[in-house]
Unconditional design. Structure first.
Length: 203
């Protein structure tokens, strides 16, 4: 930097370029975050936040690593409400698509909780049956449908002949030929030292 507070033109351009890159990167992150949360359900986010806050209260105001999760959920919910323009709404209906009148009927309010075959701790904590289905517990499931036996399958005769015997295949017999090398006398003598040959000849 030059005296008097004047910035070198090259340095100034470098800073402007860096500022533009940071702004573009921030916009990209914001766009990615919006894409991630646009399909989130605000009621479920709020329910998860409430659960963590209750857990925090029970633990004396400490959540440990889940503290960051809680803070992230709060930011996501605030951003979701801001982008969609929704206001605080009543709790979500466990059965999407049901009107208020339908929810007030005894059939729709039949909740079996964890005993329901439709129970899910996150998606269906009340254990309500989807529209058009009857709610059952694991103990009062209807009897399975029984079918008449197939006569062709029932009347198949069993074989009358003796049961087949299974033998272990014999191992292939291998003949091993062993023998010592045949060495002729003249070949042996050719390998002997000369002094030994002379002694043999003298004998």
């Amino acid at each position: 930097m030059a005296k008097g507070g004047n910035i070198d033109p090259v340095e100034a351009e470098r800073r402007r370029q860096r500022a533009r890159e940071l702004k573009k990167l921030k916009e990209q992150r914001q766009t990615q975050k919006l894409e991630r949360i646009k399909n989130m359900n605000p009621q479920r986010l709020q329910r998860r936040i409430d659960e963590l806050e209750q857990k925090k209260t029970k633990q004396g105001g400490h959540l440990g690593q889940e503290e960051k999760v809680l803070e992230g959920l709060r930011k996501d919910l605030a951003l979701l409400k801001k982008t969609t323009g929704i206001q605080d709404s009543p709790p979500e209906s466990p059965l999407p698509g049901l009107s208020q009148a339908e929810e007030e009927t005894p059939e729709a309010n039949l909740s079996l909780g964890k005993n329901s075959i439709f129970y899910d701790p996150e998606w269906n904590p009340f254990g309500r049956a989807p529209e058009g289905y009857t709610n059952y517990t694991l103990t009062n499931l209807p009897d399975p449908v029984s079918y008449a036996p197939d006569p062709e399958a029932v009347n198949i005769p069993l074989p009358t002949e003796e049961k087949p015997k299974f033998y272990k295949p014999l191992d292939t017999v291998k003949t091993i030929f062993e023998g010592s090398a045949i060495v002729k006398d003249r070949d042996v003598r050719s390998l002997m030292p000369t002094a030994v040959k002379r002694k043999i000849d003298q004998v």
